[in-house]
Design a protein around this ligand. Structure first.
Ligand code: ZN
Length: 275
């Protein structure tokens, strides 16, 4: 089911990890950001769009993680954009012929085993490096590219409607997840990358009235700044080796999200080991 969150912007929330799909209305059709995830959700989305007489004229993946790279044939053949770095990361992943089998294997351990279509997975069209806008016929969608959480990660800002699409940041259920995959490489600083991304987003979109995270609740007026501050406080605590005072972990975590505390302890240990 699509819910309108602002003029011309609708959101569909998946049953899995409260993953959000964002629909932005353009002149000739819609821009679809991070479509996901399960077969029945994707067909439901396709049906809703068809019933409203809307075709998908462009797609966008905020970052190269599997749950942001799914597509369904019924959504059509519009170009599915991502930043140049995002597209390169997906291309590299898919250069391994076992890549999709590995995702299916990972999904086999979840409640959505066998329910995610992978045929059209990861067909991302690279935007030129440094592209500042999504090329489409609709309200201006600014691309805020950074390196927090994943290479080539981009937040999108639909200024005309006051909507910030945050990708996997600014969530009310998930703490900041640092990109620790390359953390051991010389020069890599995933903590500083995260803080820099928060500053960048703050500079562009702190005035947004709506924030749509990749997972969790859509935040209303005042929430953008609050969520930026909460994510920053968490990352600063991690950096200082302090236990964060954060409602997303510990006894205040929302029901069903207790595992986020494990995720937190995992990255805290990893960072401590690297210090
Ligand atoms: Zn992610």
């Amino acid at each position: 089911m699509l819910t309108q969150v602002a003029d011309g912007v609708l959101v569909h929330e998946s049953e899995f990890l409260r993953s959000n799909t964002i629909v932005v209305q353009g002149r000739a059709g819609v821009l679809l950001v991070d479509p996901g995830l399960q077969e029945h959700e994707l067909t439901c989305l396709a049906n809703d769009l068809a019933a409203a007489g809307r075709t998908v004229v462009a797609g966008f993946s905020t970052h190269p993680h599997w749950d942001h790279l799914v597509w369904h044939e019924r959504l059509g053949q519009a170009p599915r954009y991502g930043t140049a770095r995002c597209a390169a990361a997906v291309r590299e992943e898919l250069s391994d012929p076992e890549a999709k089998a590995r995702i299916a294997e990972h999904l086999a351990e979840t409640e959505i085993a066998g329910k995610v279509p992978l045929d059209l997975y990861g067909l991302v069209t690279a935007l030129p490096a440094g592209a500042a806008r999504v090329p489409w016929d609709g309200p201006e969608v600014r691309i805020v590219e950074h390196r927090a959480h994943a290479p080539g990660h981009a937040a999108l800002f639909v200024e005309e409607h006051g909507v910030l699409v945050a990708g996997d940041m600014l969530s009310d259920v998930l703490v900041p997840m640092l990109d620790l995959a390359g953390a051991d490489l010389a020069g890599a600083d995933p903590v500083e990358d995260y803080l820099a991304a928060l500053r960048l987003i703050e500079g562009v979109a702190a005035g947004a009235e709506i924030v749509v995270p990749g997972h969790g609740s859509v935040g209303g007026a005042g929430q953008v700044r609050e969520r930026i501050e909460r994510d920053r406080a968490y990352v600063l605590a991690l950096r200082a080796g302090r236990e964060p005072d954060d409602p997303r972990i510990g006894p205040s975590a929302q029901s069903g999200w207790e595992w986020v505390s494990d995720l937190h302890h995992g990255q805290a240990h990893r960072l401590a080991a690297g210090r």
